[in-house]
Design a protein around this ligand. Structure first.
Ligand SMILES: Nc1ncnc2c1ncn2[C@@H]1O[C@H](COP(=O)(O)OP(=O)(O)OP(=O)(O)O)[C@@H](O)[C@H]1O
Ligand SMILES: [Mg+2]
Length: 537
C-alpha cells in the first residue's frame, strides 16, 4: 500500500512538472489547457477532464477538454450556482461527487457518460482562482471498478494543478489586456497621424484643414445656415456634402444648385418650381429644388453670382421660409438646411453695393473658409497618393510617383487647387508609359501646363513689386522684360499678376507671355479664363 502510494506520489510529481512545462510553452490558452488535460488523462487515468472559465457573460464556458467531443464541449456552459460546476465556482470550494449517477445536482449538461457494468464514475470539481476570486473550475471524471479511491489526495493534487492553471490564466489575461491597450493606443496614434478630425472622402492633415474639419464637426449637427468660402477647387462642395452626411438630415436629400450656371428666369423656376402654363414650355407642374430638398439640405453654389433682383427674391424666401411656384399663388413651406458657397469676396461686393447686405447677413451665419492648397502643402502627398490610387484602379495600372516628381508637385502654385491637382494626377497617369511617374512625365515639365509655370511666383528671384504699375502710354517700351521682377503670390491674385504683366508690356500679349514664361497659347487661355479684355491703343 505504501509502495503504491509512493509510486502514485512520484507520478503526480512528474505530472506537475510536465504540466508546468506545458503551461509556460504557448500563448494559446485553449491549446495549452487541452495539453494539460491530456497529461492528466494519460498519467493519472482521469478520463474525462475539462477546464471551464467565467467569460464576459458571467457564465462558465468549457475552454479546454480531454476525452470530450466537440459537441459536448459546446454544451459545456454553466451559470454561477448551476449544477456541480456552478456550485464550485460560486462557493470557491472543491466538490467531490463519489457517484455521479446518484447525485441530483450533477446535471449531465455536456451529455450522458457511458457507464460499464460494475463501474462507478466519480467527479471532482476544483475551483480555479486568481487571488481569492474564483474564475473557473477544473472538473475531472474518475472511473472506478471497485478499487478504493483516495478523493482527498486527488483533490489536493487537482488543487495544485488548478492553482498553476489560475496563474497561467491570469498571465494570459494580463497579456491580452496589455495587447488590447496597445491596439487602442495604436489606433489612437494612427488617428492622430491622420488628423484628429476626419471626414469621409475628404483629405486634410494640415493644421488649416484640421481647423476646417473641427468647424465642420461643430456645425454639422445643427441647423444653422453655413457659408463656405474659398478659391475654386478648394473643396467647398465636398465639405457641403460632408456637412449634410454628418447631420441628422443625412437620410434626406442633398440638393445642389449652381446659381452661376443659370439665367435668372431659369434659376427662379429651378429653385421654386413652376405651375403648368406659367411660361412657354411649362407643360406641367414641376417641383423646384427647394421642395425637393424638403427635410434635407439645399446647397446653393456660387451664391455670389446671383443678380440683385434674384437676391431680393431669395432673401424673402429665407426670411419667410415660404414661397410660391412660378405662376402659382399657393404658399409652400419647406424645412431645409441651407448651405451656400462662393469664391467671391462678398464683403467687397456688399461695400460696392453689388450684394445685398441683408442677404449677406442671412447666409453668413456660420462661415467656413477653405484655404488654398498652396497654403497647406502638407496635404499634397496624401492627395496625390489618394488620387493616384483612384486612377490606378480606374485605369488598371499600378503607377507610383518618384521623389523628384513629388517634389515638383509640392512646389507647384496650384491656382486651381485640389481640382487642378486631381486633373494633373489623372492626366499624368494616363500619359506615363513606365511604372514610375518621373519629373519629365509631368505636364508642366513638357510646357503643357499653365499653372505649374506660375511656380516662379512662389519663389521670386528679387523682392516683390508691391503695386500694379500704372499704364502710361508715353512710357518708352522696353522689349526685353526678361529681367523684370515677377511679383510673388503676396502681390495678389493670378488675375492681378496677369494684368501686371500686360501693363508692363504695354498690353502686347506675346511680350507679357514671355515675361511670365508662358507660351502665347497659355497666355491667351489665361486671359480668357480671367475675362481680361485686351486694351488696344
Ligand atoms: N480635401 C479634399 N480631399 C479630397 N478631394 C478633394 C478635397 N478637396 C477637393 N477635392 C476634390 O477636388 C475637386 C474639386 O472640389 P470641389 O468641387 O468641392 O471644389 P469647389 O471649392 O466647390 O470648387 P468650385 O469653386 O470651382 O466649385 C473634386 O473632385 C473634389 O472631390
Ligand atoms: Mg463648387
Amino acid at each position: 500500500m505504501t509502495k503504491v502510494m509512493r509510486k502514485e506520489g512520484n507520478l503526480e510529481l512528474v505530472t506537475i512538472y510536465e504540466i508546468s512545462k506545458v503551461l509556460g510553452s504557448s500563448l494559446n490558452l485553449q491549446k495549452t489547457l487541452r495539453e494539460v488535460l491530456n497529461l492528466l488523462a494519460s498519467h493519472l487515468r482521469m478520463d474525462r477532464c475539462m477546464v471551464a472559465l467565467l467569460q464576459e457573460d458571467n457564465i462558465l464556458h468549457v475552454i479546454g477538454a480531454s476525452g470530450m467531443t466537440e459537441t459536448e464541449v459546446k454544451r459545456g456552459f454553466f451559470r454561477i450556482g448551476e449544477g456541480v460546476m456552478g456550485k464550485v465556482v460560486k462557493s470557491g470550494m472543491t466538490i467531490v461527487v463519489p457517484d455521479i449517477s446518484k447525485e441530483p445536482n450533477f446535471l449531465h449538461k455536456t451529455g450522458p457518460r457511458t457507464i460499464q457494468e460494475g463501474e462507478v464514475i466519480s467527479f471532482i470539481g476544483v475551483p480555479i482562482k486568481v487571488g481569492r476570486e474564483s474564475i473557473g473550475v477544473l472538473g475531472v471524471d474518475r472511473h472506478l471498478n471497485g478499487e478504493p479511491q483516495n478523493f482527498q489526495s486527488d483533490s489536493r493534487f487537482l488543487s495544485m494543478v488548478a492553482n498553476l492553471i489560475g496563474q497561467t490564466v491570469r498571465l494570459h489575461q494580463s497579456i491580452s489586456k496589455e495587447r488590447q491597450q496597445l491596439l487602442m493606443e495604436k489606433s489612437r496614434l494612427q488617428k492622430e497621424l491622420h488628423g484628429k478630425y476626419s471626414l469621409d472622402n475628404v483629405i486634410g492633415v494640415s493644421k488649416l484643414m484640421q481647423e476646417v474639419f473641427s468647424e465642420v464637426h461643430q456645425a454639422a449637427p445643427g441647423k444653422s445656415t453655413i457659408l463656405l468660402r474659398g478659391e475654386s477647387g478648394t473643396g467647398k462642395e465636398v465639405i457641403a456634402r460632408s456637412i449634410h452626411y454628418m447631420s441628422p438630415r443625412k437620410d434626406r436629400p442633398f440638393i445642389k444648385v449652381n446659381c452661376a450656371a443659370l439665367s435668372e428666369t431659369l434659376l427662379e423656376s429651378e429653385l421654386f418650381g413652376h405651375e403648368k402654363g406659367s411660361f412657354t414650355g411649362a407643360t406641367q407642374d414641376r417641383k423646384g429644388r427647394f421642395e425637393m430638398a424638403n427635410g434635407g439640405t439645399l446647397f446653393l453654389d456660387e451664391i455670389g453670382d446671383i443678380s440683385p433682383s434674384f437676391q431680393t427674391k431669395l432673401l424673402r424666401v429665407l426670411q419667410e421660409r415660404e414661397f410660391e411656384r412660378v405662376g402659382g399663388n399657393k404658399p409652400i413651406q419647406v424645412d431645409i438646411r441651407l448651405i451656400t458657397a462662393t469664391n467671391k469676396n462678398l464683403e467687397q461686393a456688399v461695400s460696392k453695393g453689388e450684394f445685398r447686405a441683408d442677404l449677406y447677413y442671412r447666409i453668413n451665419v456660420v462661415s467656413i473658409f477653405l484655404p488654398p492648397l498652396r497654403e497647406r502643402r502638407e496635404d499634397i502627398p496624401l492627395l496625390v497618393s489618394s488620387f493616384l490610387e483612384k486612377f490606378n484602379v480606374e485605369n488598371q495600372k499600378n503607377l507610383s510617383f518618384s521623389t523628384d516628381a513629388m517634389k515638383i508637385m509640392l512646389e507647384c502654385y496650384w491656382p486651381g487647387n485640389v481640382r487642378e491637382l486631381e486633373n494633373c494626377v489623372e492626366r499624368t497617369l494616363t500619359m506615363t508609359r513606365g511604372s514610375v511617374i518621373r519629373e519629365h512625365d509631368l505636364p508642366c515639365q513638357q510646357d503643357k501646363c499653365f499653372s505649374v509655370t506660375l511656380r516662379s511666383y512662389v519663389q521670386p528671384a528679387k523682392p516683390v513689386i508691391p503695386i500694379i504699375p500704372r499704364h502710361d502710354t508715353d512710357m518708352p517700351m522696353n522689349d526685353d522684360h526678361s529681367e523684370a521682377e515677377v511679383p510673388s503670390k503676396e502681390f495678389g491674385t493670378e488675375r492681378d499678376r496677369l494684368i501686371w504683366a500686360m501693363e508692363q508690356c504695354g498690353w502686347v500679349q506675346a511680350k507679357a507671355a514671355r515675361l511670365l514664361k508662358l507660351t502665347s497659347r497659355q497666355m491667351g487661355y489665361a486671359l480668357q479664363k480671367h475675362k481680361i479684355e485686351i486694351k488696344r491703343f
